[in-house]
Design a protein around this ligand. Structure first.
Ligand code: DX5
Ligand code: ZN
Length: 225
């Protein structure tokens, strides 16, 4: 039973470990899952598709080893996602999401299939400046659509409210077992609006790791609503 396609509860809360303390990564991850989070969101950046360098398959492998039961959601912000499908499958990723901006339209379907053949769920991501029309022909293919609500690259940016229109456009087109994820600037101030727009997987970095550890369970519960 997949956490994504047959979730016991919705929305799912997906802490992005980009804002965790990298020197205490295992402990931070274990603690946020104990605080009620549903999965871990890993932001993979190559310094080319986005102007930052973050984490790769080695970290994913270490987290898989330390947390055998955790659902690991890998968000690829890289110029050549095809290159990283096998490395992340071998490193124990559960979901591999790639950007519609990084792959030629005719390669999207085959790439989704390749991700699935390697035992992972597949996600397709759209950036804020990209018109929603670009993703519409592909929305029913993957297991999850991710609407970016900041320009990717860094945690701690302000939510772009216009992206809720995109979510509202995509939501009615999805199959019931498909998830709609939103990522960037999600916090306690906008979570209810985000949920009302049909988003059912909420990514948050700063809102969760930017508060003292003792407050995180409360924030997880409040984001869920
Ligand atoms: C942005 C990343 C996000 C980011 C979210 O490039 O894809 O996952 O970590 O950070 P917050 O929640 O702080 O906006
Ligand atoms: Zn992300």
């Amino acid at each position: 039973m997949s956490l994504l396609t047959k979730p016991a509860r919705l929305p799912l809360i997906a802490p992005s470990i980009l804002a965790a303390d990298f020197a205490r990564m295992g402990e931070e991850c274990r603690h946020i899952l104990d605080a009620g989070a549903d999965l871990l969101h890993l932001d993979v950046m190559d310094g080319h598709f986005v102007p930052n360098l973050t984490m790769g398959p080695d970290l994913c492998r270490s987290l898989r080893k330390a947390l055998p039961g955790a659902y690991l959601d890998v968000h690829l912000m890289v110029t050549d996602p095809e290159m990283y499908v096998e490395p992340f499958a071998k490193a124990g990723a559960n979901l591999l999401s790639f950007h519609v901006e990084a792959v030629a339209p005719e390669r999207i379907g085959p790439l989704v299939e390749r991700v699935r053949r390697l035992g992972m769920d597949a996600g397709l991501v759209i950036n804020p400046p990209t018109p929603v029309e670009r993703i519409l022909p592909h929305v029913r293919l993957p297991d999850l659509i991710l609407v970016m609500s900041v320009n990717p690259g860094f945690a701690g940016q302000a939510f772009i409210p216009d992206m809720l229109h995109k979510a509202r456009t995509i939501r009615p087109l999805l199959r019931p077992e498909q998830r709609l994820q939103i990522d960037g600037g999600v916090n306690l101030g906008n979570a209810s609006e985000v949920r009302a727009a049909g988003c059912d997987v909420l990514v948050a970095a700063s809102a969760l790791f930017g508060v003292p550890a003792g407050e995180r369970a409360r924030v997880v519960a409040a984001l869920r609503g």
